[in-house]
Design a protein around this ligand. Sequence first.
Ligand code: XMP
Length: 321
Amino acid sequence: RWTTSSIVDEQVARIREQVGDGKAICGLSGGVDSAVAAALVQRAIGDRLTCVFVDHGLLRAGERAQVERDFVAATGVNLVTVDARERFLDALRGVTDPEQKRKIIGREFIRVFEQAERDLKAEGDYGFLVQGTLYPDVVESGGGSGAANIKSHHNVGGLPDDLQFTLVEPLRALFKDEVRRVGAELGLPETIVQRQPFPGPGLGIRIIGEVTQERLDILRRADAIAREELTTAGLDRQIWQCPVVLLADVRSVGVQGDGRTYGHPVVLRPVSSEDAMTADWTRLPYEVLERISTRITNEVNEVNRVVLDVTSKPPGTIEWE
Ligand code: XMP
């Protein structure tokens, strides 16, 4: 029977054998998989690993700090952050179509990441690229069972043709729960190990309408409140995730204090799920919904209405775009 520490030991030995005295690069997304893969490789080869984190400006409040501060503190890893916020905003200007947004974000992400790889390669002999591929990813892409391509998913990865890397994939035999246990064993903080899923295109697909700096700020503040209240209520383990969606092109009339408001609605989309293929809308306690609604409308000026999505998947997907 496998214990978590024997998985760690075995993977560390394998990585050492594979990489020898070479150097490796790992893209961090802020998610569990890339963080645990990086921590394993760091355990195995120390500062011959360099991590790259692309800030595309579509992150939630505090996520960059979680990587730059908490992950680095826990692992001591070398980290390069690429600030690409302007670039993504420019590329997304005027774009409202969901698939278009996803393609642009995916494309820009790969370009920025490849440039970072090139820069690193120019200054050191990086021959290895670490990826947080899990067992279900392996099965999914090999099996070709062909779940219809409903949305183009975007993840860190995709090997550029002109850069020669050997892949290091230390999580290839593991399921998500094992990955979380390995992460905990390696000393990663709860905020990283127990993180709920968050899509690669980030808040870009949770703003219905054009993505702008101002809209991102609004959504980030509303999302932070919802997450804080759900965590305080002890509901993080019960829900799979709770996207907060800004209906940026919709306005409705409200009243606050003595005045009329004409603001935007945000949608709460709490879901329960085993694997995200199907999902049920979560029956959150009314008190929690009330606190979230009151706080968002009080603290986020531009939002004057909070609505609840009570659609399961199918027919709705979890994300709105
Ligand atoms: P949907 O909206 O398809 O989402 O029901 C299913 C799960 O996948 C997440 N999601 C993504 N994850 N890249 C990712 O890494 C993506 O492009 C992407 N799109 C959706 C979503 O948050 C949910 O957990």
